[in-house]
Design a protein around this ligand. Structure first.
Ligand SMILES: [Ca+2]
Ligand SMILES: [Ca+2]
Length: 259
């Protein structure tokens, strides 16, 4: 399978998973590359950069609610999260790469948020943001608004008739020493501690996420109720030599099948 078809299978699976939950209420994190003015609803091309060059890339984390056709009965309250890198094949991003300049959207009052570490949390030499230890909730990133943020307010926009999104945070990725032939993806991690056991007593947040959909109060509170989209990927196309090898491999496979 080519790299491209692997990616489309992956994207297809994510889309299928999202469609499968469309009939019911759903909460989804969508991390993607920034679009001009933050005004455009997401499209597939915002989830990857092919043949990336070294430099600073701007990313956005959105929270999305799917429910009935009314936005005014949906509310976003809070969520703990981290953002980490993962790599297939070799690193596309080289030494010195990673997350910089994290900032919450103005929707979330500074006094109610917390910001985790800018550090490599998963030992792949690419800088992440947050924490991965579920016994230390005070080290995770947290966005929070005691009043709640309405899905249909001025801070977000509709994606379709039943789904809205609000901006959670933005950050940059420094893509340094770009090389290799793999895929490096940044995506959201939600603390998967059991419901109620992820407690941050400092501001009384005790759930990995809190949102109310279709007039329900906090019907989304547990990590296993949260969907995560395909994330933001830096994709390097294979070197010409590797393409030739893939071609030879494909021909050999064809020859074997014909026997
Ligand atoms: Ca990392
Ligand atoms: Ca609704």
């Amino acid at each position: 399978m080519t790299l491209k078809s692997k990616m489309s299978v992956l994207t297809g699976a994510v889309v299928a998973a999202m469609l499968a939950t469309q009939a019911n209420a759903a909460f989804t994190y969508d991390l993607r590359f920034a679009s001009a003015g933050n005004a455009k609803p997401p499209s597939a091309d915002l989830h990857s950069v092919t043949l990336p060059t070294s430099g600073i890339y701007h990313l956005e984390l959105w929270a999305q609610i799917t429910g009935d056709s009314s936005a005014s009965n949906d509310v976003f309250l809070s969520g703990f999260f981290s953002v980490t890198s993962s790599t297939t094949s070799t690193n596309v991003l080289g030494s010195g790469s990673g997350i910089l300049n994290p900032a919450y959207a103005s929707t979330w009052p500074a006094a109610q948020n917390q910001t985790g570490a800018l550090a490599d949390l998963n030992a792949d030499n690419i800088g992440d943001w947050g924490n991965l230890n579920t016994s230390t909730p005070t080290s995770w990133n947290l966005y929070h608004n005691t009043a709640g943020v309405a899905a249909g307010g001025a801070v977000g926009h509709a994606i379709n008739a039943t789904t809205w999104e609000v901006l959670v945070a933005t950050f940059d990725v420094n893509a340094a020493n770009v090389s290799g032939a793999g895929i490096t993806t940044f995506n959201v991690v939600v603390p998967a501690a059991g419901q109620g056991s992820f407690a941050y007593s400092g501001i009384g947040k005790s759930k990995p996420v809190q949102a109310g959909i279709d007039s329900l109060s906090n019907n989304i509170t547990n990590a296993n109720q949260v969907l995560v989209s395909s994330g933001a990927s830096f994709i390097a196309v294979p070197e010409p030599a590797s393409l030739t090898m893939l071609g030879i491999g494909g021909l050999a496979l064809l020859a074997r099948r014909r026997k």
